[in-house]
Design a protein around this ligand. Structure first.
Ligand SMILES: CC(C)(COP(=O)(O)OP(=O)(O)OC[C@H]1O[C@@H](n2cnc3c(N)ncnc32)[C@H](O)[C@@H]1OP(=O)(O)O)[C@@H](O)C(=O)NCCC(=O)NCCS
Length: 374
């Protein structure tokens, strides 16, 4: 008898670890590994989080591996051999900052739901530790995503007291086995579209009334206008410097104009698109606030909120709400078919959370950052 399932039963699967080949293009025969990693994320996210929206695309993985100037990436996969060829059943990714955080390694490990509890996660975690140590890194940060359902049993809360994660999630158990402790919980929020245009207009009008004539709003799509690149980089730098990080031992990263240009090239290579709204302080000609929404038409249903920042000296003028409301309006015009937007907020960032809640964002799971010595 033959079976129609492409996934061998766990008891019979013999897996092995390997470094995925890096193809020049997704048309190459070697692209099976990146395609397999993307497929694995879709399967695991559906099982663990209830939807696959946060999954990387094969082109996103390829372009990410081609661009290592600011963040180096090391990868390992677990495969089982099937009559159709190797199937990716586990993946590990290590991020290494190039211009900051020389001691830090950031890791993501995922195992196919039908191949768990066979030691694949532990083997990938050992590879993570070994490769991070070989790179001279001394501290490991592991992120664990969780879904929207409230945990039924025991939960863990970071020392700062904000946010929680179910204590019995497999990822939590593995992180603890590696000697890592919970330091920060980030909330994922979702707003279903459309946000009523009247509501967006009201938020915009209220924010404009407070901000007054001192600020002028600019909205653009890719490419980043040359006149704003330096200032946009300064805003990203301010965000990196200010972001609350709970108990994480992580330094801010380095943002300069070259990095913005590199990011822009990466976004274009992935086929991503974005819309930015920024606020200029009229008296000085400086950008003092910005927000970005980014999407890919390969994933037509959802859009991701990227950075939002208001410089400290300009807070309290409703600029966060202003740039977000204008950007939402512009996004609705550019991408009328999108059904939802996701955003990530640190549980320790009440001002940003308050703006998102006012705009209609609701909790949709999150991620927990564990850290410990290597
Ligand atoms: C976490 C994950 C990678 C584990 O993969 P796996 O292949 O099942 O892991 P292993 O079989 O190698 O188990 C490794 C250890 O994790 C812990 N663990 C994982 N799942 C567990 C479960 N369901 N019950 C109890 N312990 C579990 C145990 O400590 C286990 O070691 P032990 O078997 O010696 O007790 C997998 O469940 C997954 O992909 N989860 C979603 C992504 C995620 O949370 N990643 C974060 C990793 S830090």
């Amino acid at each position: 008898m033959t079976t129609s399932s492409a996934v061998p039963a766990p008891a019979t699967s013999a897996w092995r670890l390997l470094t995925p080949p890096h193809p020049a293009s997704l048309d190459d025969a070697d692209a099976w590994a990146y395609r397999g990693i993307a497929e694995l994320h879709v399967t695991a996210n559906k099982a663990d989080l209830g939807n696959a929206d946060g999954s990387p695309t094969p082109i996103g993985i390829l372009v990410g591996m081609n661009n290592q100037d600011y963040m180096r990436k090391l990868r390992q996969i677990a495969v089982v051999d099937t009559p159709a060829g190797p199937q990716v059943v586990g993946t590990a990714l290590v991020f290494l900052h190039v211009h900051s955080n020389p001691e830090l390694a950031i890791s993501f490990v995922v195992v196919h739901p039908e191949h768990r509890r066979q030691g694949i996660g532990a083997a990938l975690a050992r590879w993570v530790q070994g490769s991070a140590r070989a790179e001279g890194r001394t501290t490991l940060l592991a992120s664990i995503d969780f879904g929207p359902d409230r945990p039924a049993g025991e939960t863990l809360t970071p020392a700062s007291g904000s946010g929680e994660i179910a204590a019995d999630l497999p990822g939590v158990l593995l992180a603890q086995k590696l000697g890592l402790t919970l330091q920060l919980v980030e909330r994922r929020s979702r707003v279903d579209l459309p946000v009523l245009p009247e509501a967006v207009s009201r938020f915009e009008a209220e924010a404009r009334a407070v901000a007054g004539d001192a600020y002028r709003v600019h909205t653009w799509t890719a490419p980043m206008p040359e006149e704003w690149i330096e200032q946009y980089a300064a805003l990203e730098q301010a965000l990196s410097d200010d972001e609350p990080r709970g108990g994480l031992e992580v330094e801010s990263d380095v943002w300069d104009a070259d990095r913005i240009r590199t990011e822009d090239a990466t976004i274009a290579a992935k086929g991503d698109q974005y819309v930015v709204t920024a606020a200029e302080h009229v008296a000085t000609g400086k950008l003092v606030a910005m927000t970005m929404l980014q999407w890919n038409d390969l994933q037509p249903e959802h859009t991701n909120q990227q950075s939002t920042v208001v410089l400290k000296a300009h807070r309290g003028h409703r600029l966060g709400m202003l740039v977000k409301a204008v950007n939402l309006r512009e996004h609705a015009r550019l991408r009328p078919g999108a059904q939802r937007i996701y955003t990530w907020n640190n549980e320790e960032n009440p001002h940003m959370l308050a703006i998102n809640i006012a705009l209609g964002f609701v909790p949709a799971g999150g991620s927990a950052d564990f850290q410990g010595p290597l």
